[in-house]
Design a protein around this ligand. Structure first.
Ligand code: NAD
Ligand code: TYD
Length: 357
């Protein structure tokens, strides 16, 4: 790989999801000369309304399809002369992976293998000499930490949930395609993201949504589990940085240096919304309900992100104070988005926008 690569045509998978759509919106604004093809099957988590800012951009194309569909992936790679794949598409929710693991293995393991195999053939065709493949992964592949220590890129993989096991399987296939076939690969592992367009099944948007509606706030177990939170725009910038400057075959951890116990984050969101909703101090905290713990619930995640800072110069720019306040304000200003997501009305948008195509 060269020191700094300027992609001309990027295949983004899962670009209608939370992080993928934030990435496309950010990346297309920052790289106006680059074509972006978004391949997304539109599961419950895919929402084209996240992409209204780019949908009429002539450099943007949406394809509704499955990453497991090898001929479709091959067609896109060849027809668009794709020189980079950024692979976000996944089943992403731990609780769903406990109630139904199969789809996680299909999408996150098999889907990754199909993309890698078609990428290998495409690169070997010589159409895109600078081709690279970027796998978006998670700190959850490293398992769980005790009260001290951090995950580094050399921490052994020790996934504990079907979700994280399927992501670890994808990451190992990425490694295998690099070692065995010489495919230029990059692999990022990021901590928990937050920000706009986050599906309200995940902790922060679920709490915001339930507080607005005065519904119970389910906190799993004792609420002392720790997560590191990164604003999705900082993640998007990190992905762009690794895509352009990362070294082939390397893994890069991405983190926010921003650890929170779940109960503290829930209390914070409650208090910020007391102010904004004109409720009396402490009122929202009364909605907190401790519920049965998630099976296999990882206790603590914490990322050592020194490598990406040292080698590529990336570090987070958001403070959590600013990021969480902006996020809460975004949800308050976009209650139609949330209502459409929770009612399922967002699914009709695809038919109106793309029906027949
Ligand atoms: P998401 O669930 O919001 O979005 C996933 C997207 O993938 C959806 O648009 C869905 O329609 C699409 N998709 C699913 N199966 C597909 C298939 N077979 N073919 C094509 N598209 C398909 O997920 P997210 O939170 O945006 O996460 C994106 C990526 O980032 C995932 O790989 C996830 O593992 C990783 N990640 C997420 C976080 C986080 O905090 N959310 C943190 C670290 C890493
Ligand atoms: P989540 O947003 O599902 O992300 P992940 O499990 O991938 O880290 O959950 C974040 C943390 O919040 C995790 O420790 C589980 C916990 N949690 C709750 O306590 N209540 C909830 O309703 C949810 C969705 C999560």
């Amino acid at each position: 790989m060269t020191d700094s690569f300027t992609p001309r045509a990027v295949l983004v998978t899962g670009g209608a999801g939370f992080i993928g759509s934030n990435f496309i919106n950010y990346f297309m604004a920052a790289n106006p000369g680059c074509r972006v093809v978004n391949l997304d099957i539109l599961t419950y988590a895919g929402n084209l309304k996240n992409l209204t800012a780019v949908e009429n951009n002539p450099n943007y194309r949406f394809v509704r399809g499955d990453i497991c569909d090898a001929p479709l992936v091959a067609d896109i790679l060849a027809a668009e002369k794709i020189d980079a794949v950024v692979h976000f598409a996944a089943e992403s929710h731990v609780d769903r992976s406990i109630s139904g693991p199969e789809i996680f293995v299909r999408t996150n393991v098999l889907g990754t293998q199909v993309l890698l195999e078609e990428s290998r053939k495409h690169r070997e065709s010589g159409v895109a000499p600078e081709f690279r493949y970027l796998q978006i992964s998670t700190d959850e592949v490293y398992g769980s930490l005790g009260p001290a220590g951090y995950f580094t890129e050399t921490t052994p993989l020790a996934a504990n949930s079907p979700y994280s096991a399927s992501k670890a399987g994808g990451d190992l296939l990425v490694r295998a395609y690099h070692e065995t076939f010489g495919l230029p690969t990059l692999n990022t592992r990021c901590s928990n993201n937050y920000g706009p367009y986050h599906f309200p099944e995940k902790l922060i948007p679920l709490m915001i949504h339930n507080i607005i509606d005065k519904k119970p706030l389910p906190v799993y177990g004792d609420g002392q589990n720790v997560r590191d939170w990164l604003h999705v725009k900082d993640h998007s910038r990190a992905v762009e940085t690794v895509l352009k400057k990362g070294r082939s075959g390397e893994v890069y951890n991405i983190g926010g240096n921003n650890e929170w116990k779940n109960i503290d984050i829930v209390n914070l969101v409650c208090d910020l919304l007391d102010e904004r909703l004109g409720r009396k101090p402490g009122e929202n905290r009364e909605l907190i309900t401790f519920v049965k713990d998630r099976p296999g619930h990882d206790r603590r995640y914490a990322i050592d992100a020194a490598k990406i800072k040292r080698e590529l110069g990336w570090e987070p720019s958001y403070t959590f104070d600013k990021g969480i306040a902006e996020t809460i304000d975004w949800y308050l200003a976009n209650q139609t988005w949330v209502a459409e997501v929770t009612s399922g009305a967002y699914r009709e948008y695809y038919e109106k926008q793309y029906g027949g195509r």
